[in-house]
Design a protein around this ligand. Structure first.
Ligand code: PRP
Length: 180
């Protein structure tokens, strides 16, 4: 385990099992359909890469890069779009793939932004859900794990751009972020 972590929340095996379960549900719901999978960079990258390889319907890759946090640990509530989606959504199924739904600020703003492009359907798939922190009325259509209000990193999730490469998800020791 990385020395900056207090404990591991989900092992690599547990995450991979959960990704397969989510994909099985998607395979039922989108059977015979084509879907644009939008990767919300950067945190969703590992989840996205694992998920697309488990689905059995045609997927178009797309990505956006947004941020609500900067280098702080608190959401600013304002969405910054650094890279916008390049694929036309008109009449298409769109699935937004996210690592974590926290305050809901990012996804609420992103859903409103995408809805203007008249997709056939738009759904949200989040690996982690932290409902205790929610500030907006939003729920994921597909979700992996519900987690307590702790600072989690790994499997794409960062603190100040670190720990994204860890294959598991763990809780960061408070002293790592409290002294910054
Ligand atoms: C994280 C995460 C979501 C957002 C969720 O992104 O990937 O996009 O925060 O938080 P919210 O529900 O409170 O809005 P972040 O801004 O940290 O960027 P990153 O994916 O590049 O790490």
């Amino acid at each position: 385990m990385n020395k900056d972590l207090k404990n591991i929340l989900f092992t690599q095996e547990e995450i991979q099992k959960k990704v397969k379960e989510i994909a099985a549900q998607l395979n039922e719901d989108y059977k015979g359909e084509e879907v644009i999978f939008v990767c919300v960079l950067k945190g969703s990258l590992p989840f996205y890469a694992d998920l697309v390889r488990e689905v059995k319907f045609p997927v178009t890759f797309d990505m956006v890069c947004v941020s609500s946090y900067g280098s702080n640990s608190e959401s600013s509530g304002t969405l910054k779009i650094k890279l916008d989606s390049g694929v036309p959504f008109e009449g298409k199924n769109v699935l937004i793939v996210e690592d974590i739904l926290d305050t809901g600020n990012t996804l609420s703003n992103l859903l409103a932004h995408f809805a203007k492009r008249n997709p056939k359907s738009i759904k949200l798939c989040c690996l982690l859900d932290k409902p205790s922190r929610r500030l907006r009325d939003i729920e994921a259509d597909y979700k992996g794990f519900e987690i307590p209000d702790e600072f989690v990193v790994g499997y794409g999730l960062d603190y100040a751009e670190k720990y994204r490469e860890l294959p598991y998800i763990g809780v960061l020791k408070p002293e790592v972020y409290q002294n910054n």
